[in-house]
Design a protein around this ligand. Structure first.
Ligand SMILES: *[C@@H]1O[C@H](CO)[C@@H](O)[C@H](O)[C@H]1NC(C)=O
Ligand SMILES: *[C@@H]1O[C@H](CO)[C@@H](O)[C@H](O)[C@H]1NC(C)=O
Ligand SMILES: *[C@@H]1O[C@H](CO)[C@@H](O)[C@H](O)[C@H]1NC(C)=O
Ligand SMILES: *[C@@H]1O[C@H](CO)[C@@H](O)[C@H](O)[C@H]1NC(C)=O
Ligand SMILES: *[C@@H]1O[C@H](CO)[C@@H](O)[C@H](O)[C@H]1NC(C)=O
Ligand SMILES: *[C@@H]1O[C@H](CO)[C@@H](O)[C@H](O)[C@H]1NC(C)=O
Ligand SMILES: *[C@@H]1O[C@H](CO)[C@@H](O)[C@H](O)[C@H]1NC(C)=O
Ligand SMILES: *[C@@H]1O[C@H](CO)[C@@H](O)[C@H](O)[C@H]1NC(C)=O
Ligand SMILES: *[C@@H]1O[C@H](CO)[C@@H](O)[C@H](O)[C@H]1NC(C)=O
Ligand SMILES: *[C@@H]1O[C@H](CO)[C@@H](O)[C@H](O)[C@H]1NC(C)=O
Ligand SMILES: *[C@@H]1O[C@H](CO)[C@@H](O)[C@H](O)[C@H]1NC(C)=O
Ligand SMILES: *[C@@H]1O[C@H](CO)[C@@H](O)[C@H](O)[C@H]1NC(C)=O
Length: 538
């Protein structure tokens, strides 16, 4: 769509006099090029019942005039670029919306508490305030509007609150308070929410037990209770019951597409109940204490696109070609176990096309040849393996003519087996590392970058300090082999995605933060299905 044309057409239509009779204005999915929302909307379109400006690259302050649209039943201003609600507040914005049904202000920087007038909005069915930088205590009364179906408060880190008891008449379908400061017990009566399809309460402060009444929520397609530190899973109780068994009722929620059980202190054998969930597209069991082998029944979950088993105590030999059964798999995380990954050298065509592949500490001894045919990969981890020999030339070839940005990590100098290096046509700047093979690479390995300096280029570096090697402890006390730190973000041309090549050894601490970032980053992108054009996320 030609956006600028669309834009002027739509705006002139909307803002000519006589437009006051418009009932619906839907300009979602346009590109208003960071302009503010025109305040005239509030003067000229007083009959509006539906206003949708989502995903339209508006920015700046939401004009207070919007609050005059008192007939609105739908207001969707979500997913714009840095819209803010500062000059006015949420209360004044919505207080006249007496017939509001759907209110979506996700990604608007609201920076305030949540006004409790919302509990009087008896017609409210959808309240979506994701990532709004809300804080304070969430008014409990907002759970009461009888028609509320969707309550989405995802990622308001400083917003606290608790989940009240529910009676049979609730119509909740979606309850998402993940990554907030919600706390307390999950009431047993949550089992009364028979229509619930999404329960997302990960990374909050709930305790002490996941109520078993959840087993009655047979409509669930999305269940993420990651980081729910169930008291029955604590170490002192480990002798009493195998934790995977205590949650085996999850295996009866046959409609689940998404199951998040990361950081849940699961221990013992693999939770076999997941093998029952044949609809699963997303399974996260990372950061638990699961031991034993990866059962082959996992390969029956053929809908999987995301499988995270990293940071457990899994062991045994895993034949990598098993994953060829998971045709849709795009993300696989096996790092941080005691696995031995067996990759046959003649393996390639049948594997899924990975976007994310974390194979740190998988007892690999060779640089996996199949990577050559993995054209969609943007996040590869191979640290803490026993890979020896050279990084194949084809691998470096893949770094050419992309959008590598930042400095060339000076640690690369220590790679005494680095025989080929070509980062031409990227966006690198700063000094070219001195020494070792870097002395042997020719000028054309560095051509067409933003501002590289130093030998072999004629361009001298101005700040001589920056060319010095920083002290590094990463390489000390290690035996020979393949290790260096390297995590550049590469934006492939035309695709909004980052290649994060992390080949790091013995550097667990530094890596943690990185893992965390990648985890949240990739989950947000894959799970939440947000459109990639948001400036904040790019
Ligand atoms: C607004 O428009 C977007 C894009 O077309 C759509 O996905 C969204 O559901 C609409 N919002 C509402 C509340 O109807
Ligand atoms: C709300 O409506 C009343 C009466 O229609 C009006 O006087 C008031 O200015 C409106 N408030 C806002 C914030 O628009
Ligand atoms: C809710 O509505 C009632 C009756 O209309 C009113 O008395 C009360 O002040 C309202 N509550 C809030 C928080 O606005
Ligand atoms: C059940 O909830 C509805 C709506 O929240 C409320 O109107 C009703 O009074 C509640 N019933 C009981 C018995 O609590
Ligand atoms: C599940 O629902 C059944 C019937 O509605 C009820 O009898 C049972 O107590 C519920 N189980 C739990 C654990 O809430
Ligand atoms: C162990 O589990 C029992 C019952 O399952 C519970 O009452 C007790 O509080 C738990 N102990 C600890 C230390 O968490
Ligand atoms: C698997 O699903 C079937 C059908 O719902 C159920 O009968 C069975 O108990 C489930 N098995 C496990 C291990 O949850
Ligand atoms: C995988 O599924 C097939 C057919 O659905 C079944 O026969 C087999 O037992 C399953 N394998 C495992 C390991 O569960
Ligand atoms: C890998 O796949 C490519 C293209 O699909 C093919 O040309 C090549 O021969 C395969 N290599 C091996 C070792 O099977
Ligand atoms: C790593 O793989 C080698 C064979 O390549 C095997 O002998 C060794 O036992 C494996 N190490 C572990 C910890 O599994
Ligand atoms: C590097 O890429 C170029 C162009 O795509 C190709 O012609 C060349 O064979 C590649 N070299 C290696 C070693 O893969
Ligand atoms: C590096 O790649 C560029 C093209 O991207 C090519 O012109 C140049 O010859 C290459 N340099 C070496 C040393 O291979």
């Amino acid at each position: 769509m030609v956006l600028s044309a669309m834009r002027s057409l739509a705006m002139s239509l909307a803002l000519t006099s006589g437009a006051a009779f418009f009932m619906r204005l839907d300009l979602a999915d346009n590109d208003f090029n960071f302009s503010p929302i025109p305040s005239r909307l509030g003067h000229d379109l007083t009959c509006l019942t539906y206003l949708n400006l989502s995903y339209s690259v508006f920015s700046g302050q939401i004009p207070i005039e919007i609050s005059k649209l008192s007939k609105l039943s739908t207001l969707d201003l979500s997913s714009n670029n840095d819209l803010e609600l500062k000059r006015t507040n949420l209360r004044s914005l919505i207080q006249n919306f007496t017939s509001i049904k759907e209110l979506d202000l996700s990604d608007v920087g609201i920076h305030s508490t949540v006004p409790d007038i919302l509990r009087n909005a008896t017609s409210l069915t959808v309240l979506s305030l994701r990532t709004c930088q809300l804080y304070g205590e969430f008014p409990i009364g907002i759970f009461r509007p009888p028609n509320l179906e969707v309550l989405d408060l995802y990622e308001n880190f400083n917003l606290a609150g608790y989940i009240p008891t529910f009676n049979q008449t609730n119509s909740f379908k979606v309850l998402d308070v993940a990554e907030t400061s919600f706390y307390g017990q999950l009431p047993n009566s949550i089992g009364n929410l028979h229509s619930l399809n999404t329960l997302s309460i990960s990374f909050c402060n709930f305790y002490p037990r996941v109520p078993s009444s959840l087993r009655n929520l047979t409509q669930l397609t999305y269940l993420d209770i990651s980081s729910f530190y169930d008291i029955d899973h604590t170490y002192s109780n480990k002798t009493s019951q195998l934790v995977p068994d205590s949650w085996s009722w999850i295996g009866k929620l046959m409609k689940l597409h998404v199951l998040g059980l990361a950081y849940s202190n699961l221990w013992g054998n693999f939770p076999y109940f997941v093998a029952n969930l044949t609809q699963l597209a997303y399974l996260d069991l990372s950061f638990n204490d699961i031991s034993g082998e990866i059962p082959s029944c996992i390969m029956n979950l053929t809908q999987l696109t995301y499988l995270a088993l990293s940071s457990n105590k899994l062991n045994g030999i895993v034949e990598f070609d098993q994953f060829s059964k998971l045709r849709s798999l795009a993300s696989l995380r096996l790092s941080g176990n005691q696995l031995s990954l067996l990759i046959k050298p003649d393996l390639n065509a049948t594997l899924p096309m990975f976007k994310l592949l974390w194979l740190d500490s998988c007892n690999l001894t060779e640089f996996p040849e199949f990577l050559k045919n993995q054209h969609e990969l943007f996040d590869l981890h191979l640290s803490a393996n026993k890979i020896h020999g050279q990084i194949p030339k084809w691998f470096w070839n893949a770094t050419r003519e992309n959008l590598l940005s930042g400095r060339i990590p000076s640690n690369l100098v220590r790679l005494n087996f680095l025989a080929y290096f070509n980062v031409s046509h990227n966006r690198l700047w700063g000094p070219i590392p001195l020494g070792q093979q870097f002395g042997t690479f020719l000028e054309d390995s560095y051509q067409e970058n933003l501002g590289l300096c130093g030998k072999p280029l004629s361009n001298k570096c101005k700040d001589s300090k920056s060319t010095k090697l920083p002290p590094s402890s990463i390489f000390e006390g290690e035996d020979s082999g393949f290790r260096f730190e390297f995590d550049w973000y590469v934006v492939l041309p035309g695709v909004i995605s980052g290649l994060i090549v992390g080949v790091i050894s013995g550097n667990i601490l530094a890596n943690k933060k990185h893992e965390w970032f990648v985890q949240t980053f990739s989950r947000k992108r894959q799970l939440r299905g947000r459109k990639g054009r948001k400036g904040r996320q790019a």
